[in-house]
Write a protein that binds this ligand. Structure first.
Ligand SMILES: *[C@@H]1O[C@H](CO)[C@@H](O)[C@H](O)[C@H]1NC(C)=O
Ligand SMILES: *[C@@H]1O[C@H](CO)[C@@H](O)[C@H](O)[C@H]1NC(C)=O
Ligand SMILES: *[C@@H]1O[C@H](CO)[C@@H](O)[C@H](O)[C@H]1NC(C)=O
Ligand SMILES: *[C@@H]1O[C@H](CO)[C@@H](O)[C@H](O)[C@H]1NC(C)=O
Ligand SMILES: *[C@@H]1O[C@H](CO)[C@@H](O)[C@H](O)[C@H]1NC(C)=O
Ligand SMILES: *[C@@H]1O[C@H](CO)[C@@H](O)[C@H](O)[C@H]1NC(C)=O
Ligand SMILES: *[C@@H]1O[C@H](CO)[C@@H](O)[C@H](O)[C@H]1NC(C)=O
Ligand SMILES: *[C@@H]1O[C@H](CO)[C@@H](O)[C@H](O)[C@H]1NC(C)=O
Ligand SMILES: *[C@@H]1O[C@H](CO)[C@@H](O)[C@H](O)[C@H]1NC(C)=O
Ligand SMILES: *[C@@H]1O[C@H](CO)[C@@H](O)[C@H](O)[C@H]1NC(C)=O
Ligand SMILES: *[C@@H]1O[C@H](CO)[C@@H](O)[C@H](O)[C@H]1NC(C)=O
Ligand SMILES: *[C@@H]1O[C@H](CO)[C@@H](O)[C@H](O)[C@H]1NC(C)=O
Length: 748
């Protein structure tokens, strides 16, 4: 046993005495993980060796007796060592088959056919810092930033060991957990269910908030009661998906954006997943977040180890806003590996709206030239540049998989063409235009050279029909030869031209799988490819995308600093999508563009200022339109949009984010940023519809210094932080639909 005590008590965060140097106390087999505003406690039951959950919430200083439950009925389960029925106990790593009737965190199928497991405590150790997960994305940190407790369990009956890893990031009230299962026996076993995070909360009335949606309709808040039985959701699409995000919050029914308790849970994984809160008859709430059991059945041979993905849990006593800011700061500092994470991202223009797939060198050069003249710094060539006749990518029926420039369109390859683009000087900038491309490397069209050479490389199940979606199939990235093919093909493109940005798209779910475990193997293979390419080309700005926000998850954010938030670029819809996404993910990681009006999806007509304000609240700002179709009014607004970007982007990249009012709750949604040095705040305020009455509520800010005084573009003189936060500003809205304002506050 090693006991590591708090090393310093340096900082006061939100008035709470904070232990900022990492704190795990292992007193015997009583474990306490502490952060600035969180305690996480569990212990080993001395009679049975089971791990018992004690507390996950605000700071506490002692272990206390568990709730009394009358042991009667079927759930008594006294065994030969006198252990009370496990179903009445709050468990930390529930297995299956021994008097616990709830869902397990670990479910193993053994060679003899049974699925009973009996994991009991063996040993533990505390390590400073955080060991990495082999082959999987995870949070990271050095000694002093994070401390890790590893608890080893063993199942004597089936010779399987488990190593649970708990890392506490004290500054962010965050606990990351993952585990390994090692097969110490001589027969194969199969992992049927693996919840990366599992804990049993006491009998509390809780709501579950999750993000539900679909293509162009991502990240809508859904709030349910955590009732008796199971409350939850899952993705079976092979990816994290648009339909549900691998994130949820549990919160008290009275919790708001700024007050009350909230627990956030997020899986650092891009494959199928399942999220469940199970409330049993005694009212305890079991939290489970991990692999989708339908896409598990992962074989583990003798001597082999299964590594679960990591899940991150965050506790906030300052409402959902506090929870989100913990995720944002943790993810920017301790999840995203890219050097671009804390850099401003260049304003870009994407060729898709202007040219579609109908591109050639001369039309692209014209568009690139217009881009540079507008003062935009990065020109992105979208779909349509690759494939060779008869499979040239001139429409979406051919070419995916053949990652070489179409010789009919780029007779000299990409290199000389990109040199031309690079030679355009950007208006009002010392830079020349930079160049980026779009790719979709996990996919293949049957109309491709690759598919004709390697039909066995696609994900398929025996002789079952290989169902097409968008006329394409999914390559099986679980196969090392497929991983190597993609690494080589994309490396060759990058080596051939001066490419500074890559948008990595993925436009369909996985249907026929060779086995349920193929999704886990695929996901690890995809991570290997992303790890390799971002490792080989760290100077490239990589952006994730999956038909919009279909893979906006913490796994991708480990490798890529940003993701495309939605294919829906209507600014009003985007407010809902971006605020929903912000529950778990930082605004600095969102890519958001201004597109033409009327909007191509919903025909809505919104001013360029409003469209820009919505897109400027994201880390990666850009335009997705044809500059030659801009109206005079729109064109003349661009210089001021660019100068606003200069001011706001550094604050979006590294500042703190506050949701003032949600679009679903009010006609006057608003969000706010506070700069990292706290001297500047910026509020994006919106009026959705023109309504005669009632009046707009005062815009009450958050996160300001109560006693400091602020100057602003929105009022003369100064106002105090208290006035702005408790009184608020009444903005002079006009009687018109879709109005927006950007209010700046400068601390005196
Ligand atoms: C663990 O906590 C329990 C409950 O407070 C206490 O009785 C026990 O002595 C503690 N064990 C150790 C080794 O600290
Ligand atoms: C597991 O087996 C070992 C060796 O047989 C024994 O010492 C230990 O008490 C067993 N543990 C449990 C929890 O049964
Ligand atoms: C189980 O196997 C792992 C990996 O070989 C080894 O580190 C561990 O000590 C073994 N555990 C037991 C209890 O044999
Ligand atoms: C374990 O599974 C592998 C792969 O299916 C098989 O080759 C091997 O014979 C199995 N081993 C045992 C001990 O059953
Ligand atoms: C390039 O595309 C444009 C627009 O489709 C077309 O007008 C032009 O003729 C094409 N040029 C070449 C060289 O193919
Ligand atoms: C779509 O692309 C294929 C392959 O390049 C081509 O043969 C076909 O004519 C194209 N279809 C249309 C409608 O342009
Ligand atoms: C292959 O391309 C041809 C020509 O464009 C098209 O008719 C056919 O539907 C395509 N096949 C698939 C599977 O997309
Ligand atoms: C990527 O893979 C290639 C080919 O296997 C290898 O040569 C290279 O070292 C790898 N790069 C990184 C950063 O892993
Ligand atoms: C990224 O940052 C690390 C750490 O600051 C530095 O060592 C490395 O050189 C940087 N890489 C690039 C490509 O800038
Ligand atoms: C460039 O700067 C000049 C002077 O400030 C300004 O008038 C012009 O609108 C700017 N052009 C662009 C494209 O931003
Ligand atoms: C808040 O502002 C006051 C007045 O300017 C200043 O004295 C104080 O240090 C500030 N507090 C913080 C936490 O920055
Ligand atoms: C500030 O005062 C000037 C002069 O009275 C007035 O014209 C202007 O509208 C005021 N600005 C605001 C934002 O209230």
């Amino acid at each position: 046993m090693r006991s590591i005590n708090c090393l310093s008590h340096l900082s006061l965060i939100a008035g709470l005495a904070a232990c900022v140097n990492g704190d795990i106390t292992a007193s015997g087999s009583n474990f306490s993980l502490s952060g600035a505003g969180v305690s996480y406690r569990f212990h080993v039951d001395p009679r049975s060796g089971d791990l018992i959950s004690d507390h996950f919430g605000g700071p506490i200083d002692d272990f206390t007796d568990p709730a009394t439950i009358s042991n009667s009925g079927w759930s008594t389960g006294l065994d030969n060592v006198g252990t009370p029925g496990l179903t009445n106990i709050r468990r930390e790593f529930p297995d299956i088959g021994r008097s616990d009737f709830r869902l397990p965190a670990i479910h193993i199928s053994h060679a003899n056919g049974d699925t009973v497991s009996a994991f009991t405590y063996q040993s533990h150790e505390v390590v400073q810092g955080k060991p990495s997960l082999i082959g999987l994305p995870a949070t990271f940190g050095k000694e002093g930033e994070v401390t890790t407790l590893i608890v080893r369990l063993y199942d004597n009956y089936s010779d399987v060991s488990a190593a649970l890893s708990y890392s506490v990031f004290p500054e962010y009230n965050a606990i990351a957990r993952s585990f390994q299962i090692t097969n110490n026996g001589t027969n194969n076993i199969s992992i049927e269910r693996a919840a990366s995070f599992s804990t049993d909360l006491p009998n509390l009335d809780l709501k579950m908030l999750e993000l539900q949606g679909d293509w162009s309709h991502e990240a809508n808040r859904v709030i349910r009661n955590v009732d008796f039985g199971e409350t939850g959701f899952r993705s079976t699409e092979g990816y994290s998906s648009h339909v549900h995000n691998p994130f949820f919050a549990l919160h008290d029914p009275t919790t708001t954006e700024t007050t009350g308790e909230a627990w956030g849970f997020n899986l650092v994984y891009t494959g199928s997943f399942a999220a469940t809160a199970e409330r049993f008859s005694h009212g305890f709430v079991r939290v489970l977040l991990g692999l989708n059991p339908l896409h598990a059945s992962i074989p583990v041979g003798p001597g082999r180890t299964f590594q679960s993905p990591e899940a991150v849990a965050v506790y906030s006593s300052h409402g959902l806003g506090g929870m989100s800011r913990s995720f944002h700061d943790l993810y920017r500092k301790h999840l995203s590996r890219s050097n671009h994470t804390f850099e401003t991202r260049p304003i870009l223009l994407n060729s898709w709206e202007g040219l579609g797939a109908n591109i050639n060198e001369s039309s692209l050069e014209n568009l690139a030239q217009e881009t540079a003249e507008l003062g935009i710094k990065l020109f992105v060539m979208d779909d349509g540049w690759f494939g060779t006749a008869p499979y040239a990518r001139t429409n979406d029926t051919a070419g995916l998989g053949d990652w070489t420039p179409n010789p009919a369109r780029f007779p000299n390859g990409l290199g000389p063409y990109v040199d031309t683009v690079d030679s355009y000087s950007v208006a009002n900038s010392t830079n020349d235009l930079a160049f980026g491309i779009w790719i979709e490397p996990e996919m293949v069209n049957p109309n491709s050279t690759l598919y004709h050479e390697h039909p066995e490389w696609v994900m398929h199940a025996g002789n079952h029909v290989r169902t097409l979606t968008r006329t394409q199939l999914v390559l099986n990235l679980g196969l090392p030869e497929v991983q190597d093919y993609i690494i080589n093909a994309i490396s060759n493109i990058i080596d051939s031209a001066n490419i500074s940005y890559i948008k990595w798209d993925n436009n369909r779910g996985i249907h026929e799988m060779s086995s349920p475990a193929a999704d886990y193997a695929y996901t690890l293979g995809m991570y290997r490819v992303m790890d390799n390419l971002t490792g080989s080309y760290p100077e490239i700005l990589w952006e994730g995308c999956a038909s919009g926000g279909g893979r906006f998850d913490a796994g991708i954010l480990h490798y890529y600093p940003q993701s495309w938030t939605s294919d829906n670029t209507d600014a009003s819809d985007r407010l809902t999508i971006q605020l929903g996404t912000s529950l778990a993910y930082p605004l600095s990681s969102m890519a958001c563009h201004v597109s033409k009006v009327p909007n191509g999806l919903n025909m809505r007509n919104i001013s360029i200022e409003y469209r820009a304000h919505v897109a400027l609240m994201c880390g990666s700002f850009g335009f997705e339109l044809n500059p030659s179709e801009l109206s005079d009014e729109e064109r003349s607004a661009i210089p001021s949009i660019l100068s606003t970007w200069e001011k706001i982007n550094p604050i979006v990249i590294s500042g703190s984010f506050y949701r003032i009012a949600w679009p679903g709750d009010t006609n006057w949604p608003a969000v706010q940023f506070v700069s990292e040095d706290t001297n500047t705040a910026a509020v994006f305020a919106f009026q959705q519809g023109a309504i005669i009455k009632p009046a707009a509520p005062p815009l009450r800010m958050q996160g300001l210094n109560a006693t400091a005084r602020y100057t602003s573009n929105a009022f003369n003189g100064t106002l105090s932080g208290n006035t702005l936060m408790n009184g608020g500003l009444n903005l002079p809205w006009k009687l018109a639909d879709y109005q927006s304002m950007l209010v700046w506050l400068y601390k005196e």
